[in-house]
Design a protein around this ligand. Structure first.
Ligand SMILES: Cc1cc2nc3c(=O)[nH]c(=O)nc-3n(C[C@H](O)[C@H](O)[C@H](O)COP(=O)(O)OP(=O)(O)OC[C@H]3O[C@@H](n4cnc5c(N)ncnc54)[C@H](O)[C@@H]3O)c2cc1C
Length: 457
């Protein structure tokens, strides 16, 4: 086997794809443009950098679709997922990590792999020879973006997400705030007290909403069309939709009791989650924003407990580049017009670290099989990976295609289960049980048992 696999982009998807292919005996070259060419969001030259939140979201593999994706990735020996588990921080039911240690470990592991070479360069065209995976993410460099648009003949689509701010822990007033995970979730005391909570009275809340609505916001760049992805709405956009929206979203007070005044129920609560292993940084959960920097400081300091907050990083808006995959990619994630080229990660129209890495896992395995003259067994549609890849390569409506998080709505319905809210628990368990069986069979068809570390029942 002499053919190399070229992977463009060493983020979540590219790093995972490289690991999967290299472990199948394929020689891999990762072309990563950082640090020579940067993006506005990446801050290091490391592989697998987390550009915003330090969370891989829910780790519940029985009742949550992203938790199920975690389970499947661990079973398939995912580099991203096993490294995340190795650098996990207490965060209730979520899989949050120390971001520095995480990306350093991903970088070290790939650099040490005998089949992997890392080349620091920007790739600006789609070669017509060789096997390539493009995993260049939401911030694909403009030159490459143009080249993709030329080859695909389709316009790039752009929309905006927003970054949540990070606060220095020692600037938070713990005489006002308290530590608790919602519903005290978690096995250990650390887990049960993973979040810092800032309480608001009704008057605090109303004043906060007024300030949020009045704050200066960043304007869109010329030629950019605004269209937010619903899972990542900026808080000011939520507030514009209704004064109570935030109180039913990231500021909901349920499952929390103010340790300082247990008899007094807060009207709203702002939560902060640990952002590094040292516990010196906390991010404000769900507080993505496109307010201007000066306005952010003023508005966030209205939150009781954050009146003296010092910010390690303020929020911001960002671009997202993604393909109309249902029309452009085949079931093997290859560009129909150039089958020597695959795409993986967020650029294929999935959304999130986990989903992006999962699409890297599939693309890496598909490319490795092709180079070895084999075909990877069809990814089972009942697995979380299968539900997602099926959605982007054909299941989704091409005309209205928008980036997608993994969710049970992408799964084929189950027979004999109750619908509605009442049947939800049983239904979700049914989806995850079925997915695990399908995924285990798929791995077995490739001669693998579940890798060590896959969550047990
Ligand atoms: C500002 C911002 C905040 C986000 N916040 C979150 C969040 O909180 N949670 C979440 O789950 N997801 C978040 N996302 C989405 C997140 O980017 C993706 O979920 C995930 O990082 C995508 O993985 P990826 O591998 O597709 O892209 P990336 O991880 O971005 O990796 C792409 C890599 O390709 C490189 N590259 C780009 N163009 C070229 C080129 N021409 N040549 C060579 N290399 C190139 C880049 O430098 C980068 O390293 C955010 C995205 C952005 C932009």
């Amino acid at each position: 086997m002499t053919q190399e696999l070229h992977i463009v982009g060493g983020g979540m998807a590219g790093s995972e794809a490289a690991w999967q292919a290299a472990n199948r005996g394929i020689r891999v070259v990762i072309h990563e443009m950082r640090p020579k060419v940067g993006t506005f969001a990446h801050q290091t030259e490391k592989l697998g950098e987390m550009v915003c939140s330090n969370s891989f979201r829910s780790d519940d593999h029985k009742q949550n679709a992203v938790g199920l994706l975690h389970w499947e990735m661990l079973a398939a020996d995912s580099l991203i997922m096993r490294t995340a588990h190795a650098h996990r921080l207490p965060a209730g039911g979520a899989l949050a990590v120390d971001r520095e240690a995480f990306s350093q470990a991903v970088t070290d592991t790939l650099h040490a792999h005998p089949n992997v070479t890392v080349s620091q360069e920007e790739v600006t065209d789609l070669p017509d020879q060789g096997q390539w995976i493009f995993a260049t993410g939401p911030l694909t460099s403009p030159a490459l973006g143009e080249a993709i648009a030329t080859v695909t003949g389709a316009d790039r689509l752009a929309f905006f997400d927003a970054i949540a701010p990070i606060v220095h822990a020692d600037s938070i007033d713990m005489g006002t705030a308290w530590m608790q995970s919602r519903y005290d979730k978690g096995e250990t005391e650390d887990e049960q007290k993973a979040y810092i909570n800032c309480p608001m009275t009704r008057a605090d809340y109303e004043a906060f909403i007024d300030a949020l609505l009045a704050a200066d916001k960043t304007e869109f760049h010329e030629g950019e069309t605004a269209g937010y992805f619903d899972g990542c709405l900026p808080i000011e956009v939520m507030a514009e939709r209704g004064r109570e929206t935030l109180r039913h979203g990231p500021m909901k007070p349920i499952g929390l009791t103010n340790a300082h005044t247990p008899e007094q129920k807060p009207y709203a609560v702002v939560q902060l989650r640990r952002d590094n292993a040292l516990g010196t940084l906390f991010n404000i959960v769900g507080f993505q924003t496109k307010m201007k920097y000066g306005a952010q400081k003023e508005v966030f300091r209205l939150i009781p407990g954050l009146q003296d907050a010092s910010f390690a990083r303020l929020g911001g808006i960002h671009r997202n580049t993604f393909l109309n995959s249902p029309t452009l990619l085949d079931a093997q994630m290859r560009l129909r017009a150039r089958p020597n080229i695959r795409f993986a990660g967020q650029v294929t129209g999935v959304e999130g670290y986990v989903e992006s890495a999962a699409m890297g896992l599939l693309a890496g395995r598909m490319a490795a099989a092709e180079i070895a003259g084999q075909t990877l067994p069809e990814v089972p549609q009942d697995s979380a990976h299968g539900a997602l890849v099926h959605h982007i390569t054909g299941g989704a409506e091409a005309k209205t295609f928008q980036p997608m998080n993994v969710n049970f709505g992408l799964f084929r319905p189950l027979d004999d289960v109750r619908g509605g809210r009442r049947g939800r628990k049983e239904r979700y368990k049914g989806y995850t049980d079925r997915a695990k069986a399908a995924w285990t069979d798929w791995l077995a068809a490739q001669g693998e048992g579940p890798a060590q570390g896959a969550a047990a029942e």
